[in-house]
Design a binder for this molecule. Structure first.
Ligand code: NDP
Length: 328
């Protein structure tokens, strides 16, 4: 029998955690033959709720789940971790300035980065879901100097999946007919879902759509503002779809992307496409041999250039703000 993979989930008692843990334990994160050991990190006042979720996990009798530990201590949570899903974050509350938000999250992601640096397994892979995800990932990465920088990523797969679905609806095709879609930049309203490199049954997606007004004034804002639309409709933020995207992100990372396709993930920039080196920004990526690699050599036209630059400028601002706060 295989040694279980240690999977740590932070904010485990939250909404996304509730949708995520059962799918990890049932084998969707890594594959149907990989046993997992779960570590749940929560703040002290949410440990009891996490224990409740753990009771339900027990009651599912998942054959692949070889154990659950619950803790409020980051060092314990990340000791020996192979896959770290950083979901818990400080949400923006009414009247909160951006600086306060970044500072509160620095207080979470700095110690978590340090704990990953101190105790994680050599093959650790980190996915940050908690917002502002790209910058939270940067903070954690900067405090884990012994871990290769490329192991820190942030999630734009939900944006990617949202874009696939919107495009499929518009063209009356299935999501499987669409390849090479890209989300560029920040996981925020400035993100750029790119249809100029995407293909639909072999044709360039933007040409298949042939409606620049829809692309600019419907498609891009619908994808970027989908989270708010779901809150409006559901009365609560998206949780199952965010959890699903986290599963997709890690599954692709570990098991690879299909030949002839790519996906989107926020990874550490190597300077590709004019994105400053070191920023954690979303790119077209392929996963090979357990690594995400930025797809190289795409032609970027003026329309895409301006959108990518605007989102990257926002990431630079966030980085400069956390630098000014002494968080990195
Ligand atoms: P959720 O589980 O709904 O969300 C968790 C985080 O995911 C938020 O930062 C949220 O950002 C983010 N997120 C990213 N993408 C999405 C998306 N598409 N839809 C919704 N959320 C998204 O939050 P809860 O409040 O239910 O739970 C958070 C839990 O984290 C709590 O149990 C809390 O105790 C815990 N926590 C743990 C910490 C720790 O372990 N050290 C630290 C802080 C909190 P956004 O707010 O922008 O939607």
């Amino acid at each position: 029998t295989r040694t279980p993979v240690n999977v740590t989930v932070t904010g485990a008692a939250g909404q996304i955690g509730y949708a995520l843990l059962f799918r990890i334990a049932s084998g969707h994160l890594l594959g149907p033959d990989v046993p997992v050991r779960l570590r749940l990190l929560e703040i002290p006042q949410a440990v009891k709720a996490a224990e409740g979720t753990a009771m339900e996990l027990d009651d599912c009798a998942f054959p692949l789940l070889s154990g659950i530990d619950i803790t409020d201590d980051a060092k314990t949570a990340f000791d020996g971790v192979n896959i770290a899903l950083l979901v818990g974050a400080r949400p923006r509350t009414k009247g909160m300035e951006r600086g306060d938000l970044l500072e509160a999250n620095g207080g979470i992601f700095k110690p978590q980065g340090e704990a990953i640096n101190a105790g994680a397994a050599d093959d650790v892979r980190v996915l940050v879901v908690g917002n502002p995800a790209n910058t939270n990932a940067l903070i954690a990465q900067q405090h884990a100097p012994d871990v290769p920088a490329e192991r820190f990523t942030a999630m734009t797969r939900l944006d990617h999946n949202r874009a696939l679905s919107q495009l499929a609806k518009k063209l009356g095709v299935t999501v499987s007919d669409i390849k090479k879609l890209t989300i560029w930049g920040n996981h925020s309203a400035t993100q750029y879902p790119d249809l100029f490199h995407a293909e639909v049954n072999g044709q360039v997606a933007a040409q298949a759509v042939n409606d620049q007004d829809w692309l600019e004034n419907t498609f891009i804002p619908t994808v970027a503002k989908r989270g708010a639309a779901i809150i409006e409709a559901r009365g609560a933020s998206s949780a199952a779809s965010a959890a699903n995207a986290a599963i997709d992100h890690v599954y692709s990372w570990v098991n690879g992307t299909p030949e002839g396709d790519w996906t989107s993930a926020a990874v550490v920039s190597d300077g590709s496409y004019g994105v400053p080196e070191g920023l954690i920004s979303s790119f077209p990526v392929v996963a090979k041999d357990g690594r995400y690699e930025i797809v190289q050599g795409l032609e970027i036209d003026d329309f895409s250039r301006a959108r990518i630059d605007a989102s990257v400028a926002e990431l630079v601002e966030e980085r400069d703000a956390v630098k000014a706060l002494g968080l990195i």
